[in-house]
Write a protein that binds this ligand. Sequence first.
Ligand SMILES: *[C@@H]1O[C@H](CO)[C@@H](O)[C@H](O)[C@H]1NC(C)=O
Ligand SMILES: *[C@@H]1O[C@H](CO)[C@@H](O)[C@H](O)[C@H]1NC(C)=O
Ligand SMILES: *[C@@H]1O[C@H](CO)[C@@H](O)[C@H](O)[C@H]1NC(C)=O
Ligand SMILES: *[C@@H]1O[C@H](CO)[C@@H](O)[C@H](O)[C@H]1NC(C)=O
Length: 372
Amino acid sequence: MIVKYMLRTVMRHHWLLVGVCGWVLLILMFISKFINVSFRIPDGRTEMFVWTMPSVRMKLPSTQQLDKAASQPFIVPSGYSSLVEPKDWQSVIERRLELLSTVCRNSSLWNLTHTTVHRFVLDRIFVCDKHKILFCQTPKVGNTQWKKVLIVLNGKFTKVEIIPENLVHDHERNGLPRLSSLTEAEIHQRLNSYFKFFIVRDPLERLISAFKDKFVKNPRFEPWYKHDIAPAIIRKYRKSHRDDGESVGLRFEDFVRYLGDETGRQHLDRQFGDHIIHWVTYTDLCAPCDISYNVVGHHETLERDAPYILKAAGIADLVSYPNIPPGITHYNRTKVEHYFTGINKRVIRRLFARYQGDFSLFGYPRPDFLLD
Ligand SMILES: *[C@@H]1O[C@H](CO)[C@@H](O)[C@H](O)[C@H]1NC(C)=O
Ligand SMILES: *[C@@H]1O[C@H](CO)[C@@H](O)[C@H](O)[C@H]1NC(C)=O
Ligand SMILES: *[C@@H]1O[C@H](CO)[C@@H](O)[C@H](O)[C@H]1NC(C)=O
Ligand SMILES: *[C@@H]1O[C@H](CO)[C@@H](O)[C@H](O)[C@H]1NC(C)=O
């Protein structure tokens, strides 16, 4: 009897509480319409994750996780195609690293691992000794901005905004040394102890972006792309030279045929030198299976990844990542479809075969809509 009475009282209070909370919420929502409350920190980035220092670099997945990964080789850990964003960004980063190490260990088929890190990779990695950071450059994902961040940290300039655009890529003068400029012992010491990161994006969007930037727009006035590289690719890969000659410039289809030609392109690649950094695989650029990176950022979630990286590297109080224009990081399937329209499926499949490692390592979904 008494128990029943108490229970009823508790229930009544419970409903009262829910009711009050509801009203408070409604009132708050109403007020916020007028005073425009913005739960943002001053630099404009919303911070919702709890920060903990990632001192443990990479948790190796258990055999159980391995089995799970085997049945889902293309899980997307980045939140890249999902609307629900995890609150705890740290766990997103950890899942990316777990996937990376799982795929790396299973990749004997794809030649993703090497016994030594090649000079080509050491040339891609920039060094900030003052804050013990290594950054592997992967073009077309906001690298210029990261280089500016590191240039400021190295002390050549005080603010990201005042670095002249033409100086960022001038490696004689920007005060940003490459790992390859150090001795072997110095390289090893840094690889073993520094904070290391790089950024990736959907492999096909990346190729489209490289094509547009180097062969269509060429905003940095780098004439060799249009005058040397494009004609060499056209000569070898354009199917019919009769109709338009070389005057129309490189077509995306020519580019795709070149990229997917596993054996034939190697002679050209040697001829093109370091310019191929704009389209060779992330695996070739940064050796993610040989170097244990602390963070792999995703362009698609750069709004979350950039502040995370600054904190993880311990430099969030010293620099900020430049503003990210809204919308530029979103994956655009319509654009990808548009570029590949009219290209033979066999040619696209050959291209995919070459970049399959990048898709799997970083959790990007296989583009079924182009391949099947
Ligand atoms: C709130 O204010 C900011 C600028 O302070 C403005 O950009 C934004 O549109 C405002 N939001 C609403 C809902 O009025
Ligand atoms: C390992 O590679 C094989 C062949 O590519 C693939 O079928 C399998 O799903 C992969 N397993 C894992 C754990 O990634
Ligand atoms: C892997 O590398 C070896 C030696 O470099 C080569 O013979 C083989 O064809 C490569 N396999 C693939 C799938 O690229
Ligand atoms: C996606 O790309 C298409 C074609 O390039 C463009 O028209 C469209 O505006 C883009 N969509 C978004 C959301 O950026």
